[in-house]
Design a protein around this ligand. Sequence first.
Ligand code: IPD
Length: 345
Amino acid sequence: MLVDLYVRAFGWRVHADPRSSSRRLLWEIPTWRDVEVEVPLLSWLRMEGAAGDLTISTVNPGLVSPTCTRAPSLRRIIRKALSEEKRVSTKTSAADLVTETDHVVEALILQELQQRFPSHRELLTLEPDRWIPRFIAEEAAAAGAKCVLTPSPTWIVDPIDGTCNFVHRFPTVAVSIGFAVNQELEFGVIYHCTEERLYTGRRGRGAFCNGQRLRVSGETDLSKALVLTEIGPRRDPTTLKLFLSNMERLLRAGAHGVRVIGSSTLALCHLASGAADAYYQFGLHCWDLAAATVIIREAGGVVMDTSGGPLDLMSCRVVAAGTREMAVLIAQALQTINYGRDDER
Ligand code: IPD
């Protein structure tokens, strides 16, 4: 017989089977809007206990876990590695970098989420006919895992966004975790590791940075705008020409400036904070965009496709702005750079 437990910390209705020694948990999401999901996750991202570690059971005693895992604070790992020598490899291009820390942090995040949500444990299989993607993660994708957004609850993880910054000790790096259900983005968490800024957004519940409500700028005039973009991984002459020409078009239209900070998630957080008026990019991935999309929308902003149509998380392109008028102006000014799709690799 199943006993229903209502676990408020994650708000998920959990059925614990008392016959099972492992207390395997099944779950469902009855009223997704009413739940508090993010709090334990946020604590985990930045908390450090007395020993520099934290124990899951102290974060979320309501979530029954057969074993007590010790998860080192991601902040501590990333900040320590930032100042050290790194082993750097390349992925799709000479400018698309990865370090051992990206792998370590991603493995920790996935392990932690799988332990918190045991029914997600089977995932990440690479066998196509058994594929039920509930985790999409940057380094798993680089290793060949499929990125398909299905109606299943799906965690979308970028362990270190701004890896090139990280390699160069340029202190603009973040961890990004988004979550979607029924292909709708439900919440996003982005942690600026060096400035200790924690950005959060929850559909219908607002967006915050360290507890302060975020609000986008209301600018509608491109000739008064500060615009953010990122270069993307390619450096071939055609892509570079289009990239520079897009920048030139916006500057010719009178934009006050165009900024490139080396982390698309943090640039998108600046937009959500009202510190810039628009963002556009070709060549970013769903893990760069998932969490930030919720944060921007909840801060009152607009996130759309570069064609001016609805956002397609898998399309590797985006325009975001504080106002629809601004987003449309930016979209109209851009020439497309085709990076393909995340779900077709
Ligand atoms: C990248 C960064 C970069 C942007 C790329 C992203 P990563 O993410 O955000 O600024 O130009 O498109 O993929 O590889 O550092 O996680």
